[in-house]
Design a protein around this ligand. Structure first.
Ligand code: HEM
Length: 301
């Protein structure tokens, strides 16, 4: 039986990025407990369901407004796309969406983006941890950590506000459900349901959810630009079903097979997370004709 067993040292790269010991970079009972909790609660706030549609449509409107304002001139869609996608995660985690001109929100988004760009430097630390003692910041290690600290303090402020305004009978968002779980367990039995763990989980949601979704949409745009005939056929299918005065919704999905196929094909060709996450086995395993030795890290290829 394959189990997710990831030893800490293998994850020192992710640890360098400070996303260790939560859902993505953990193992055993900690991983099971927080993965189950996170997926349950994300679903209860509409993740993958129609109930999140209003929040998504609000961001689509923002995106369309921005595109319209460019007056057919060339522009870079990345930042606005990143903000729109992040804001959907914000709606689940913080119970609110930020204004696209909110300086604190924009600063945090910049830091996430910057960390993604410089994170290969942190990867070097996995094999040569002593490099972090070098003067200057050749590998952008200090930069990466500095950004994470700022993002953490942004999250901690929001978590503190949630503690102050929390009400048992009004679960506003993911943070409230985490607080509720902690209260249910009692302070002395809170175990891993700490504020630290909550901050880490939220960081993981942004890291796991934002770049993946943004990259998928960017690929869809590239493919549609490069295949205008497919773009036209897809537009015709949408227009014939929902017209051009309203946005397509989840309820239309079943009746838009061509659009669905284009999006699925985008995910296949875009290959957003080609090696997926690390997985491993915690004991020798025989599966069909193959033998898997105990190993902390396996990549799917
Ligand atoms: C198009 C968008 C997305 C893609 C392509 C994607 C891709 C993936 C992949 C390949 C994995 C590893 C699965 C495995 O090997 O077991 C994964 C895991 C995960 N993703 Fe996503 N993801 C996307 C969106 C999101 C979003 C929006 C969130 C949350 C806000 C999210 C949260 C997670 C978490 C928490 C895990 C770890 C789950 C576990 O340990 O089993 N992802 N994702």
């Amino acid at each position: 039986m394959l189990t997710c067993f990831l030893q800490d040292q293998i994850y020192s790269y992710l640890g360098n990025l400070q996303i260790s010991k939560v859902v993505i970079a953990s193992s055993g009972s900690l991983w099971k407990e927080h993965r189950t909790f996170a997926l349950n609660k994300l679903r209860s706030f509409g993740f993958g369901k129609r109930s999140i549609e209003t929040n998504i449509l609000q961001e689509v409107e923002e995106l369309l407004k921005f595109i319209g304002e460019q007056n057919s001139k060339a522009f870079d869609i990345n930042d606005v796309l990143h903000a729109c996608v992040s804001n959907v995660t914000c709606s689940i985690v913080f119970g609110k969406q930020f204004s696209h001109t909110d300086p604190a929100f924009l600063k945090i988004l910049d830091m996430f983006q910057e960390n993604l760009q410089v994170s290969h430097g942190a990867a070097v630390m996995t094999w040569m941890p002593f490099l972090k003692y070098l003067p200057y910041d050749f590998f952008k290690f200090k930069k990466t950590f500095g950004n994470i600290k700022t993002i953490e303090s942004f999250l901690n402020t929001i978590i503190d506000e949630h503690w102050k305004t929390y009400q048992d009978d009004n679960m506003r968002d993911y943070i409230d459900t985490f607080i509720a779980e902690r209260k249910r367990r009692g302070e002395d039995k809170a175990g891993t349901f700490t504020d630290y763990q909550l901050t880490r989980t939220i960081l993981e949601f942004f890291l796991a959810g934002t770049e993946t979704t943004t990259a998928t949409i960017r690929w869809a745009i590239v493919y549609l630009i490069r295949n205008p005939d497919i773009q036209t056929r897809m537009r015709k299918e949408i227009e014939s079903l929902v017209g051009s005065s309203q946005l397509p919704r989840m309820q239309h999905r079943q009746e838009l097979p061509y659009t669905e196929a284009v999006l699925t094909e985008t995910q296949r060709c875009g290959d957003i997370v080609p090696l997926s996450l690390f997985h491993g086995v915690d004991k020798e395993v025989f599966l069909k004709d193959s033998e898997y030795h105990k190993t902390p890290s396996l990549h799917q290829i």
